[in-house]
Design a protein around this ligand. Structure first.
Ligand SMILES: *[C@@H]1O[C@H](CO)[C@@H](O)[C@H](O)[C@H]1NC(C)=O
Length: 99
């Protein structure tokens, strides 16, 4: 209250889409760098790899309020995945973001 408005999840009722998601064309490996390990042991240390399959990391995960996440395809699958568009339809106002 006071100076601070109530915090609410604007995206709770939103419709979200992405034009590419990891695993949608078959199982796919992805890797991520674990920041603290990278800092200590160098660029290739601390690589955490996993495989995503269809439905593992859908874009809906991005706004479901849990710790689940959306996973984009790796650019190892093609340079076209350098640009993926995520669209968030807020029903009233719309905003498109690129990642
Ligand atoms: C997704 O859509 C955007 C906008 O049309 C386009 O620039 C981008 O290349 C698309 N990405 C893929 C992987 O199709």
């Amino acid at each position: 209250s006071g100076l601070f408005p109530v915090v609410f999840n604007l995206a709770r009722r939103a419709k979200i889409t992405a034009n590419a998601t990891c695993g949608e064309r078959g199982p796919e490996q992805y890797c991520r760098l674990v920041e603290h390990v990278k800092r200590q042991y160098g660029e290739t240390a601390g690589l955490q790899c996993s495989v995503c399959a269809e439905g593992n990391h859908p874009i809906e995960n991005a706004i479901d309020g849990t710790r689940s996440w959306w996973q984009s395809p790796s650019i190892a699958q093609g340079f076209k995945y350098h640009s993926v568009t995520v669209t968030l339809d807020l029903q009233q106002a719309s905003k498109a973001i690129s990642v």
